[in-house]
Design a protein around this ligand. Sequence first.
Ligand code: ZN
Length: 240
Amino acid sequence: MPRVCLTVDFEPDCPPYLNTTFRGIEQGAPALLALFAEHGVRATYFTTGDVAARYPDAVRALVRDGHELGCHGVSHAAFDELDEATARREIADSARLLRTFAPVTSFRAPYLRFPERYVRLLEEAGFTLDSSLAKYKRSYHAPRVPTTLTRIPASMTSSVLRLPALVRNPWLLALADPVVLFVHPWEFVDLTHEDLRYDCRFRTGPVALRCLRDVITLFERAGASFVTMRELEARTAAAA
Ligand SMILES: [Zn+2]
């Protein structure tokens, strides 16, 4: 009976390709909230400071529905391209703004790229959990710094969820516990005609929403429990 943590990177449209539009937040996010409510799933929303500043009502809505609010930096800048002072500012500024909506203790770096030397910046800013690692990336196997943070990696990249069920489902069911999946609100807007990398735009829009519903149903039938990052952290700590 796997534990499944559904996460949403709540950010501008398909960075770095579009990045200046927020159709995902405006059009995709309400459908996503409705789907989660329909299935009683509580998710974790790694939100950028820019989104929180522009769309405070969207952030209030997810908090009101019982989802966990997490931090995804301010501007969706890649942390491995930032100097330390800028990285510290990105973390502090986004944390300060997001914490005006709800307690925020979980962090995920944009592009799942976060230099180990910056992990202590998260500790300084009061974070207790980092989900910037990804099991399917080579960097997952690189040496790590000691830290007080609980580190919970993503299991698989988001576009896989949009594959046809025949390919997708056996793959998902074979993932180790805890299963950490992520989606973006812009995937639920039709971007198929945009000038984007194919894996970003394929099967976006209503198809993507149907795929996510199928994925939730798949795990429900497998007896999975849906948990937030904070819940996973609590159980990891209890088991240690
Ligand atoms: Zn992101």
